[in-house]
Design a protein around this ligand. Structure first.
Ligand code: UDP
Ligand code: MG
Length: 211
């Protein structure tokens, strides 16, 4: 038997009539430019705070590999740094949340534009508990992307420049939208990984597993 912990200071807007078959979920959107460290820090959050990590980019890349009918279209969009149509990404995210036994999700790299955001909210009826925003300079992000060598078709300088442009023009407005709702928790992501994780930890402390 352990001691119980007070209710978290940050609670999800739990919606019962969402499109996950009534499953109540806590969703955190993890946003930031390409190379800002979203995936790396999500791995840390999963380990310490019991969330399930859903990377929209990874789900799309898995869809290409699976030989789905959308595969070629998705591959072309990714190579050009463009945003895949909302319905495709939303369906993959929804399926992953339904399949999972967990009810706490980090959605990494989505929503990428205002249309993604409104379609997700309309289709799933889920609002994020908050948005974790990894703020980083383009200079630092470019250095990381060119150095990471994960064999990705979009980690070349030409596509990287396009992804930066899409981030500024399409994704920053999503962050501004959630800022206006006081839902953004911004982190200085240009620092070394352990230091960024210290800041992340402070934000997720209310979600620490109860002991
Ligand atoms: N992508 C997309 N919609 C999403 C997430 C990703 O269209 O919701 C595509 C887009 O072309 C993007 C690429 O997948 O440039 C890689 O996204 P990911 O999040 O994996 O890359 P990151 O920004 O973390 O480097
Ligand atoms: Mg990523």
């Amino acid at each position: 038997m352990g001691t119980s912990v007070d209710a978290p200071a940050v609670v999800a807007e739990e919606v019962t009539d969402n499109m996950l078959g009534g499953k109540k979920v806590t969703v955190v959107f993890v946003l930031g430019g390409p190379g800002s460290g979203k995936g790396t820090q999500c791995t840390n959050i999963v380990e310490h705070f019991g969330f399930t990590h859903l990377s929209a980019g990874d789900l799309l890349r898995a869809e290409i590999k699976s030989g789905s009918e959308n595969g070629t279209m998705i591959e072309t969009m990714i190579k050009e740094g463009k945003i895949v149509p909302s319905e495709v990404t939303i369906k993959l995210l929804q399926e992953a949340m339904i399949k999972s036994e967990n009810d706490k999700f980090l959605i990494d790299g989505f929503p990428r534009n205002e249309e993604n955001r409104s379609a997700f909210e309309n289709v799933t009826k889920i609002s994020p508990a908050f948005v974790l925003f990894f703020d980083c300079t383009e200079e630092e992000m470019e250095k990381r992307l060119l150095g990471r060598n994960q064999g990705r078709v979009d980690d070349n300088i030409e596509t990287i420049r396009k992804r930066f442009k899409v981030f500024v023009e399409s994704s920053l407005p999503v962050i501004e939208y959630y800022s206006s709702k006081d839902k953004v928790k911004k982190i200085d992501a240009a620092k070394p990984i352990p230091e960024v994780f210290e800041d992340v930890t402070a934000i997720f402390a209310p979600y620490a597993p109860k002991v």
